[in-house]
Ligand binder design. Structure first.
Ligand SMILES: Cc1cc2nc3c(=O)[nH]c(=O)nc-3n(C[C@H](O)[C@H](O)[C@H](O)COP(=O)(O)OP(=O)(O)OC[C@H]3O[C@@H](n4cnc5c(N)ncnc54)[C@H](O)[C@@H]3O)c2cc1C
Ligand code: FES
Length: 299
């Protein structure tokens, strides 16, 4: 991690501040989905599509993995987009420009495997649009034609439509309630498009586990290879603790060092879903304890 400020160097023009300094924050969906740009020059220079960081907000906090949604190597900044689901993601949402993240490690994980597939479908559910954005950019840079399908429960929860329109040849929206675009799930729209004659050389799917499972089932039905980006709980991010283990093609893999992207046809989604659910009660209690301390004047 880089700790020196560019502004500290003799003769340097004033820079944006030391590594971890937050440049700007924005609520994409107020109270739920946020975007932040912060200083991390070394990571911004090295990162590639598909990679993530581990960050800590404060000394009492957990390390959480978040995908690098975008990076500017010239400015030395990273952009993350996250959904508030528990303690750390809600603490992160309270930070503002000028505040500083405690530490950021990365880039972690293997970069996205990209081939000249011709036409590719990028299928995103909910917050999965954020990790898909750099992948769509990289697929297009490699000469692929990119169709992006973005889904959410309702139109107010659809994010990054403009960014995805720039990174893709076509963007299609789906909502569960029919408030915008196709009325139904992203997997349903993908199925209809392929059945109607669209030819895809590869499918990428990122989102909640049931959405990835359903999308991979559609791709498999039509004989199309699929890549998914998995989201198990991560602790150390180095392949040592085993917290992020997943089963792919009947082999145990560590998502942090072997992934986060895997062959969708081979993923044991049911096991991943069970493992995510097993932490839920502990995480709920951690958030409640934090809220109680805030109520008592604690931090
Ligand atoms: C490689 C990787 C990249 C990720 N990138 C992003 C990203 O770009 N944007 C984003 O919003 N999230 C991303 N996530 C998920 C993010 O790490 C979790 O939402 C976060 O760790 C939750 O922390 P918390 O303390 O706020 O919530 P916790 O208290 O840990 O959890 C609160 C609730 O969220 C559920 N939850 C926790 N972790 C996950 C998870 N990994 N997947 C699904 N549900 C979970 C819990 O079961 C619980 O119900 C990524 C995860 C991985 C493994
Ligand atoms: S997070 Fe510990 S092995 Fe992957």
């Amino acid at each position: 991690m880089v700790t020196a400020s560019r502004a500290d160097l003799p003769g340097a023009t004033p820079g944006p501040g030391p590594a971890g300094t937050i440049i700007e924050t924005e609520a994409l969906v107020p109270g739920l989905i946020h975007r932040m740009r912060f200083v991390a020059p070394a990571i911004a220079r090295k990162r590639r599509a598909g990679q993530f960081i581990l960050l800590r907000v404060d000394a009492d906090g957990e390390r959480i993995p978040l995908t690098i949604a975008d990076a500017d190597p010239n400015e030395g900044t990273l952009t993350i987009v996250w959904q508030v689901v528990g303690l750390t993601t809600s603490k992160l949402a309270q930070l503002r420009a000028g505040d500083r993240l405690l530490d950021v490690a990365g880039p972690l994980g293997l970069p996205t495997h990209i081939e000249p597939w011709g036409r590719v479908a990028c299928v995103c559910g909910g917050i999965g649009t954020a990790p898909m954005y750099p992948i769509a950019q990289a697929l297009r840079a490699a000469g692929n034609e990119v169709d992006t399908i973005i889904g959410a429960r309702t139109k107010d929860l659809l994010i990054l439509g403009g960014e995805m329109a720039q990174a893709s040849d076509r963007v299609l929206f789906c909502t569960d309630d029919g408030s915008l675009g196709y009325h139904g799930f992203v997997s349903g729209l993908l199925d209809e498009r392929i059945a109607a004659g669209e030819r895809y050389g590869h499918v990428f799917a990122i989102g909640p586990v049931p959405m990835m499972k359903a999308t991979v089932a559609v791709a498999k039905k039509h004989g199309i290879a699929a890549t998914v980006s998995l989201n198990p709980v991560m602790v150390d991010g180095t392949g040592m603790c085993g917290g992020c283990r997943v089963t792919v093609n009947a082999e145990t893999k560590f998502c942090c060092v072997d992934g986060p992207e895997f062959d969708g046809w081979g993923v044991d989604f049911d096991e991943l879903q069970k493992r995510l659910a097993s932490y839920r009660e502990y995480e709920r209690r951690a958030l409640e304890a934090h809220d109680c301390r805030i109520g008592l004047g604690g931090r």
